[in-house]
Design a protein around this ligand. Structure first.
Ligand code: FMN
Ligand code: SF4
Length: 678
């Protein structure tokens, strides 16, 4: 038996958890019709198979109809949820993983124009900034009905054979009662501290009445809102004690902070460039004060920190939630002594940000996550070994090389630059986004372990590729900044890449015209504004930086607002001309009727990339498929079968930004789904 602290079993009431690693509740928005169907099940089973001790399913599964599924939550208020959860739980139990679910009423943290279009409810009329609904202030009959809903939902979960439930009480209805900032009710549910906790204990009592004392029930709650006028740390410790002493709760899952704003949420769930495990000591203090089972997660992304959290006695169970989205096989790799092979979570937060935009959670560099039904995490070996030449060692090219090598193919990679990484390397020049380099480093290590041959400083011509006598050539040459977008004066502007790379120094009075809305613009903006320049970021869109989602925007705003950067929306840069020793920019608008000239000394244009596709078009006539991708084969997971030139000696494909400007996830997914079947 291993003496690794992370691999020691943990006894929670009657339940033995086989090790100390769990995933905390997270709604990946994979539900279909509000139900956890095949996709949902496959996602959790992947973790169970790899040895996770406890998977807390859902995330904010709704107990009531007036808690609409704002990020495609599971509808725990419907009876039909029980058989779906039973199938999921049975499948995970087969692999020895315990399965629980988080239940909640979202209160004001949702929208009324969703689900059944019922008014949202809360103990006050105060609006939550993040979701913008003005809630109805609750009445007595709302409270009675929702307390009963908690009991009904808990009973369904028990009937599904789950090992337990957890109630969400941070930013949701339960702690909207607790916090003086969100409770305007009079006694008996508002006013003093005890009154504000009354709803929670009534809900717990109802749950216990319905599921009995054996079923495991925990609470995930904020024990310090870290906001003026909100719940203090002292309040949080008192709540922790009262939860324990109620005898109705079996574990505490500690959160610190408030989530009603994007900034608050980002401090609770930090992203890349922010501190690792910032609330671990706090959770440890609660464990020490209560001497009660304590769980916690917040950017404990690597095994060493997780091990420390357990070994130091700060936690009983450590949550590695996003870490498992990046690599669902963490526990298996620890057990097998292969920790070094774990695909690292780089904190890009593509996963979480997407659900707040109505999308499903995807990991920026593991496209198999959430697609388990048709994209495997483990790559099968090919029956026939082929030779694949990959041109370009950015994220797409490296993923193609990695997956090809896992298939057992012979892989040769040509890269024009001296180092791998492509655009990711440029991104990682910002200190705050340096972790992105792990996307590259992990792939290089995987490739090297499998004998991939790399040629750096090697500009591949058609003859270079053909000279290798390949069966397949994959062009992953990426793109170059596309700045030729003005009616005139294109030669007078610079690109965001010029700023990011340091090739061009920022001016003193700068216009950054952002027509892509992505990270490159705001990263360049940070460099320009930090240099002391006066900066205006202008976009023709309705809002600025539309591709940078909620939580990723937070660190940018924290620095750019301090530096007095001006953001202008709905205006379009039309042309630039030289005037004296400066530039005159003609500004128009897609809405028409506005044209005015403005003076700057530097104009930076961000308009995505234009594919670097010369090599592809040189090779195209020589290939057997003439570059064609058979979409039916691609989407059905079959080898590419298109033959359009019987004289061609190799198949040719291009992937990533060499096709069109997209993002890192898209580039890696292009590579994975093509090469897994080659
Ligand atoms: C896609 C996604 C959805 C989440 N939804 C919930 C949720 O519904 N309820 C909840 O308590 N936490 C939710 N979380 C937060 C996680 O449980 C966890 O606290 C957070 O990701 C920090 O832990 P980590 O750094 O190990 O990922 C979500 C996280 C992610 C990535
Ligand atoms: S998207 Fe980023 S934060 Fe989310 S799991 Fe992947 S690497 Fe981690």
């Amino acid at each position: 038996m291993s003496n690794d602290p992370l691999l020691q079993p943990y006894r929670l009431k009657h339940l033995t958890l086989k090790n100390r690693i769990m995933t905390t509740a997270h709604e990946p928005a994979y539900a279909e019709d509000g139900m956890p169907k095949e996709r949902y099940r496959a996602y959790h089973v992947e973790r169970a198979k790899a040895g996770i001790a406890l998977t807390m399913t859902a995330g904010s599964a709704s107990v009531s109809r007036d808690s609409p599924p704002v990020f495609n939550n599971i509808l725990a208020y419907k009876d039909e949820v029980t058989p779906w959860l039973k199938t999921l739980a049975d499948a995970c139990h087969e692999h020895g993983a315990a399965v629980m679910i988080q239940l909640t009423h979202l209160g004001r943290r949702t929208r009324w124009d969703n689900g059944d279009w019922l008014p949202t409810v809360s103990p006050s009329h105060r609006r939550e900034a993040a979701h913008r609904a003005f809630p109805k202030k609750m009445e007595d009959w709302d409270i009675t009905r929702i307390v009963k809903d908690y009991g009904d939902a808990a009973e369904r979960m028990k009937a599904a054979g789950l090992d337990g439930i957890e109630l969400e009480a941070y930013g949701h209805l339960m702690d909207q009662f607790w916090s003086p900032l969100t409770n305007d009710l009079d006694a008996p549910y508002g006013g003093d501290f005890g009154n504000r906790l009354r709803f929670t204990f009534e809900a717990l009592a109802e749950i216990r009445r319905r599921v009995g004392s054996d079923f495991i029930v925990g609470v995930r709650y904020t024990a310090d809102e870290v906001i003026d006028g909100g719940l203090t740390k002292e309040d949080g410790f008192e709540i922790s004690q009262r939860l324990k002493e109620s005898g109705m709760v079996d574990f505490l899952n500690v959160i610190r902070g408030h989530i009603d704003t994007d900034a608050g949420l980002t401090d609770v769930i930090p992203i890349q460039g922010m501190a690792s495990s910032p609330h671990l000591d706090f959770a440890g203090e609660i464990r020490a004060a209560t001497n009660f089972p304590t769980f916690h997660a917040a950017r404990i992304a690597d095994v060493a920190t997780a091990r420390y959290a357990i070994a130091s006695g700060k936690l009983d169970m450590v949550g590695m939630t996003r870490a498992h989205m990046a690599d669902p096989h963490i526990v298996r790799k620890i057990v097998d002594g292969r920790e070094g092979e774990i695909r690292p979570c780089v904190g890009a937060n593509y996963c979480l940000d997407r659900i707040y935009q109505g999308g499903a959670a995807f990991c920026i560099h593991n496209p198999a996550t959430g697609r388990e039904l048709f994209v495997p995490h483990d790559i099968a070996r090919a029956k026939v070994r082929r030779k694949i030449v990959v041109v370009g060692a950015g994220p797409a090219g490296l993923e193609a090389a990695r997956v090809g090598a896992e298939r057992g193919h012979e892989i040769v990679v040509f890269e024009a630059l001296s180092q791998p990484g492509g655009q990711v390397r440029l991104t990682a020049r910002s200190a705050r986004r340096r972790e992105m380099l792990s996307i590259i480093d992990w792939r290089i290590a995987q490739c090297e372990a499998r004998g991939v041959v790399f040629h750096f400083n090697a500009w591949a011509e058609a003859v270079t590729a053909i000279g290798e006598n390949p069966d397949v050539v994959i062009v992953a040459t990426g793109g170059l900044p596309h700045t030729e977008v003005l009616a005139s004066g294109n030669d007078l502007v610079v690109s965001t890449w010029d700023i990011l790379s340091g090739d061009v120094r920022p001016g003193t009075n700068v216009l950054l015209f952002d027509d892509a809305g992505d990270h490159a613009a705001l990263q360049a903006a940070e460099i320009i504004a930090t240099s002391g320049a006066k900066l205006e970021v202008m976009t023709p869109d309705r809002s600025f930086a539309p591709e940078i989602m909620a939580m990723n925007l937070v660190p940018y705003m924290r620095s750019l607002q301090r530096l007095d950067v001006v953001f202008t929306v709905t205006y379009r840069l039309e042309s630039v001309k030289r005037e004296g020793n400066g530039l005159a920019a003609m500004i128009g608008s897609d809405y028409g009727g506005v044209r005015r000239e403005r003076r700057f000394d530097q104009v930076v244009v961000n308009h995505g990339t234009i594919p670097l596709d010369d090599l592809y078009f040189q090779l195209k006539p020589l290939s057997s498929n003439l570059g064609a991708v058979d979409h039916d084969d691609l989407l059905a997971g079959r080898p590419q079968s298109s033959v359009r030139n019987s004289q061609g000696k190799f198949q040719l494909f291009r992937i990533g930004d060499a096709v069109s400007a997209r993002n890192t996830h898209a580039a890696i997914y292009d590579a994975l789904r093509l090469v897994k079947d080659l």
